[in-house]
Design a protein around this ligand. Structure first.
Ligand code: ASP
Length: 405
């Protein structure tokens, strides 16, 4: 008997995505059902991902570091990665600001007396942020899912292992076994992603459907336009010229991860699928397992675009004209804010408070966009993870060239 051919996961996710939109539209009159009975299953799926992602990032970065067996090599890959991430992010904010200014005429000037958003983090002290990157307790970063601290811990232990191995015969097997176990567990969880995607997206559509049709549709459209322009322009260019890969093949190969990012609005949650897609596209395992977890934490091009667009939108709603130097400040703060933004749903909106504050724009303006933040978030997360993958392809190619492959 011929074995029944299994549908590819990406096809399953796509079908789930379409079904979620249809079901969401049908349920717009009764979002309570969607949030009460469908969303919890999406939450279970996200919880499982959150549970595995901390050990996964820890082992993945450690495995990436020890596989290079050379601190200088880690330094050079890390250096190129950080420069790539910073440049593309700065470019992303600039695109956001440019397009939002072009379309500013379509944004309304609102009567803004009824705004009541209380941002949770408005002041960000640079030195404090710096101190907070370093863990003071071995288990706390895991308990709090503090990704930057987990990355620092993984780097230190990875370097320690490399140094130890210079004088002794150290067996790295436990790192690779730990990494393999986490990957396998993640693979099992990912099999549930079509169900997860459906249960996460359907309530969002059911809740926000009618709101999207309001005046916010314009600012959402501008943001999505920027997302597309940035992805098509910047990533096509970098993967083609620096990565030696056709942009069409790149985006096609990235589709499963992009759909997952769209539905989950979490770069960290998409990490395992992103690792798989990038490696299928030719990224080296050692590079991808170092560059991608780092990117899921510090590289947020989509979030940066969103911050640029929202800053202009909020300014124009309040009837404020931004100066050129204010825009430059936004480029700088949004780039830095993206480093501090966790790859989880809604994090970018909290960092928007810091960006607005840096140029003296009214932080209460966030209330204008908060209602549809999830819709901004889905798109910006897609851009965030695509940027990470493009970096993995580019850095892999550079390393291969260096090695004369
Ligand atoms: N949800 C985004 C991400 O995971 C972060 C953000 O809120 O902008 O990449």
């Amino acid at each position: 008997m011929q074995k029944k051919k299994k549908m590819a996961l990406s096809t399953q996710i796509f079908i789930a995505l379409v079904l979620a939109i249809i079901a969401g539209v049908l349920l717009t009159g009764n979002p309570a059902f969607a949030t009460g009975y469908i969303k919890p299953f999406g939450t279970i799926f996200l919880n499982l991902i959150k549970w595995i992602v901390c050990p996964l990032v820890f082992f993945s970065i450690m495995a990436g570091v020890v596989s290079m067996r050379d601190i200088k090599k880690v330094g050079s890959i890390g250096g190129v990665t950080v420069v790539y991430y910073m440049c593309t992010t700065a470019f992303a904010v600039a695109i956001g600001l440019l397009f939002a200014n072009l379309f500013k005429g379509f944004f309304p000037v609102l009567s803004v007396s009824e705004l009541s958003y209380e941002p949770s983090a408005t002041t960000v002290n640079f030195m404090e942020t710096l101190v907070n990157i370093f863990p003071s307790n071995f288990v706390k970063p895991f308990a709090e899912a503090n990704m930057l601290q987990i990355i620092v811990a993984a780097l230190i232990i990875g370097f320690a292992l490399i140094l130890l191995s210079e004088d002794n015969d150290v067996d790295f097997a436990f790192v690779n076994v730990g990494n393999d176990i986490c990957m396998k567990a993640m693979e099992m969880i990912l099999k549930l992603s079509p169900v997860g995607v459906f249960c996460l997206l359907c309530p969002v559509v059911a809740e926000n459907g009618p709101a999207v049709l309001g005046s916010l549709a314009k600012v959402l459209l501008v943001a999505y336009l920027c997302y597309v322009v940035h992805a098509v322009l910047v990533y096509s260019l970098t993967v083609r010229t620096l990565g030696g890969l056709s942009p069409i093949a790149f985006f096609k190969g990235m589709l499963p991860a992009m759909m997952m990012a769209f539905s989950s609005a979490s770069s960290v949650g998409t990490l395992p699928l992103n690792l798989e897609c990038s490696q299928n596209l030719g990224a080296d395992k050692e590079v991808a397992s170092f560059v991608l977890p780092l990117g899921a934490t510090i590289n947020m091009d989509g979030t940066a675009i969103y911050q640029g667009v929202c800053a202009v939108f909020i300014a124009s709603c309040f009837g404020i004209q931004m100066t050129f130097s204010q825009m430059l400040t936004i480029v700088l703060t949004a780039t830095l804010a993206s480093i501090g933004t966790a790859g989880v749903p809604g994090a970018g909106m909290v960092m928007l408070a810091m960006v607005l504050q840096s140029v003296g724009l009214p932080v209460e303006g966030i209330a204008l966009v908060a209602g549809v933040d999830r819709i901004f978030d889905m798109g910006r997360t897609v851009v965030n993870i695509t940027g990470d993958a493009s970096c993995a392809i580019v850095v892999s190619r550079m390393q291969n060239r260096k090695a004369g492959k």
